[in-house]
Write a protein that binds this ligand. Structure first.
Ligand code: FAD
Length: 414
């Protein structure tokens, strides 16, 4: 029986395999690691759930609803908006429906910076309610230039928007393509952010669970691809009709000379166990005053499953690859941000991730080719936007290309 091979069981590979299998194609997924998920995995340590790098799922990602059952993910929402720590004090920039403090924050901004409120409202209307084509419209601007273009005051940008968006794109300089900002902003406006109750790995696990038994082979690292033959570490070769390479972009470029390697943004997340919540809020706290931290949040308030009873799990992310030498400074800054003593907080783990997000410079191609010819295909977030949405959609696009080329549309199952 002819088969198709997917290399990599991250979100893109799982999306591709699901799409192929739903259409009656026999698929094998070769995954180098010991578990599925790629960059979306969750470790369980002493009763805590530690996502491998703090990340957020946007329920409004169009591809999420298409490919998974959001109910099964048991999503736990963050409060939409952020708390920004400015020079003088915390600014709550959340919707007024999130309580008196949030309302006070919104009114404060309205009183002191009405022009910013007008610009943000226009931006929200345009991105939240306008057609998606508006967000995708060609521009060669960076996010930093786009915020200037919208005439937002330097103070609002520096204290709130820059720290928030630096965390979204893992890009403190905001050099990311502004169209991606509009697309992601649109999803934030339409559905906020959330984490699955059982950790981010619930997403790939659901996708993997929808595949037929024995589809996925773990500890199966592809070391070379010759035509449509995949050679695994250890010597085994699998011959296939079609090969879909769904690894990260750098590995894809090593396996397939046709693919350009991406540049990367790096990030490090520190996880602390705290005896009690420092801020009983499900809102992301961003640092508008120092460049050290991207963001911090008490994940156990967002979803109680993230920590054992009686303890709190604090995530704090910093830009770049940081080692534990930076930890005391992070702890010190957290004490200032939360206004509490963090000396007794216990460092559970740190996750330095060099290849976290492919860089998307202005002019980034939002939809790159997935068909390489001669039975070879490529997918992954480096083909679309560097995000969960980008990975999922690229996987479906690659599988659709395979199906078209093999002429198997008519055999759709279920
Ligand atoms: C810390 C962090 C925070 C993030 N925050 C967010 C966020 O808040 N929101 C958001 O939307 N996105 C976020 N992202 C991005 C998102 O997680 C990724 O865009 C997405 O998971 C990429 O999926 P992928 O399938 O393209 O690649 P990967 O997840 O990299 O999957 C590739 C798979 O291929 C396997 N593989 C590699 N080489 C081989 C080989 N030779 N043979 C076989 N298998 C191989 C890998 O083990 C892996 O399983 C974040 C990422 C990180 C790391």
């Amino acid at each position: 029986m002819p088969i198709d091979v997917v290399v990599g069981a991250g979100l893109a590979g799982l999306a591709a395999a699901n799409h192929l299998q739903r259409h009656g194609v026999d698929v094998v997924v070769c995954e180098a690691g010991d578990e599925v998920g790629g960059r979306v995995r969750t470790d369980r340590v002493e009763g805590f759930q530690l996502d491998r790098g703090f990340q957020v799922l946007l329920p409004a990602y169009p591809e999420l609803r298409r490919q998974v059952d959001p109910q099964q993910l048991r999503l736990r929402p963050f409060t939409s908006g952020v708390i920004a720590m400015g020079v003088d004090r915390r600014r709550w920039l959340t919707g007024p429906r999130h309580g008196r403090v949030a309302l006070a924050g919104a009114l404060d901004l309205l009183r002191h910076r009405p022009v910013d409120v007008a610009a943000l409202a226009t931006l929200a209307l345009r991105d939240g309610l306008g057609p998606v084509s508006l967000a995708r419209r060609r521009t060669t601007r960076s996010v930093a230039e786009e915020l200037q273009h919208w005439r937002l005051s330097t103070r609002t940008v520096d204290e709130v928007l820059r720290p928030f968006l630096a965390g979204v794109f893992l890009d403190p300089l905001l050099s990311t393509d502004a169209r991606v900002f509009h697309l992601i902003w649109r999803c934030f406006l339409r559905g906020g952010g959330a984490v699955p109750a059982e950790g981010m790995s619930a997403l790939p696990l659901q996708l993997a669970g929808n595949l037929a038994d024995a589809t996925i082979r773990t500890a199966a690292e592809a070391c070379a691809i010759d035509g449509t033959r995949v050679r695994l570490l250890g010597g085994e070769t699998i011959s296939a009709r079609a090969v879909v390479v769904a690894t990260d972009g750098s590995t894809a470029a090593r396996l397939l000379p046709e693919v350009d390697p991406p540049s990367w943004h790096a990030v490090t997340t520190f996880y602390y166990a705290a005896p009690r919540s420092p801020l009983r809020s499900t809102t992301l706290l961003v640092d508008g005053h120092s460049d050290l931290l991207l963001n911090t949040v008490d994940l156990s308030i967002v979803a109680e499953q993230y920590a054992p009873p009686g303890q709190s799990l604090i995530a704090a992310s910093v830009p770049g690859r940081a080692d534990d030498a930076l930890e005391p400074a992070v702890r010190h800054r957290l004490a200032q941000l939360y206004g509490t003593d963090t000396a007794g907080w216990r460092l559970l783990a740190s996750y330095p991730i060099t290849r976290a997000l492919p860089v998307m410079r202005p002019g980034h191609r939002l939809c790159r080719a997935v068909r390489l010819g001669s039975g070879r295909y490529v997918c992954g977030d480096h083909r679309d936007t560097s995000s969960i949405q980008g990975a999922l959609v690229s996987g479906r696009r690659a599988a659709t290309a395979v199906l078209t080329d093999l002429g198997v549309h008519a055999r759709r199952r279920g």
